[in-house]
Ligand binder design. Sequence first.
Ligand code: KG4
Ligand code: ZN
Length: 357
Amino acid sequence: MSPSAPLVLGIESSCDETGVGIVRGTELLVNAVASSMEEHVRFGGVIPEIASRAHLDAFVPTLESALKDAGVSLAEIDAIAVTSGPGLSGALMVGVSAAKALALATGKPLYAINHLVAHVGVGILDGGELPENLGALLVSGGHTEILQVNSLTSDVRLLGATIDDAAGEAYDKVARLLGLGYPGGPVIDRIAKEGDPKAIRFPRGLTLPKFIGTEEDPGKHRHDFSFSGLKTAVARCVEQYQKRGEEVPVADIAASFQEAVVDVITSKAVRACREHGLTNLLLGGGVAANSRLRELLAARCSSAGITLRVPPRSLCTDNGAMVAALGAQLVADNVLPSGLKFSTDSGQPVSLISLAV
Ligand code: KG4
Ligand code: ZN
């Protein structure tokens, strides 16, 4: 990487990870993350107020350790990038306030950027330039989307998204129903290996013809997801066993639930890619760690002639390096910074890659 490539500091605080990353162009220098997950365990899900307070406590130490590990000073940074949305309002506000304070104190340009597009931007740190005809499948505790990435810095479109729970949220809720604790994804992933994925046929949300439609006449929810019906079906199933006084077959339910989630996600992602001419797919979000998702997605992408890219786990979960990576691309493409007057936008659409002045 040339020394003239922009040195960018990225700040992420949209959920329960306080992330500070530093990149030089497409080179990752540091990816410091402090997570407040432990503080949410007893509630079985992220509590926004607790996450916001944890960001306040973690920000300065995380920033200091990132600068130290990268061996750079704030004065050397060319630009600062921060997630302005989508995410939890209070949590976003902590990162954005910190970023504005740093920008004001140092006089560095500040970019207010989209968290979802940053998940795609991380791809440049892992394999360099992004390919053409790129799609992205983002699956985490807070979001589930399929994106079409025509240009990382100027043209990203939403093809489909969940209309209720996010995929990771469904894992967390089902794990709670099964008494498996939080976060639910890793434990269900593990226990599912001991169960039969065909034991129970759970519903596949938004896969009926009335939602999908046809290629010529697509249904309203052709590329969208819904997981709340699946969660309810698991709850009813557990209740039936309990009512009969029978032991709940936890491994079979976990495996069958996981198969329903992964079947829908992979088939919808591949359909969206095929219909939009996307021959490359980048996977992101915490659920990207799921072994069955990786396996089935790899198989279905391969059959459809789609090249799948899965960044390492530390870059898939929420982090500051992805924010810095997208920031560096915006600087390189001469996109104007956002100034200091922007607000957080908990529903920031993917079309708003960075906020304009
Ligand atoms: O991206 P992430 O770290 O954080 C946010 O959502 O903000 O994703 C966390 C989510 C949780 O819902 C967790 O249960 C899920 O990712 N997850 C998994 C696995 N590992 C983490 N879901 C399924 N299988 C896994 N192996
Ligand atoms: Zn995320």
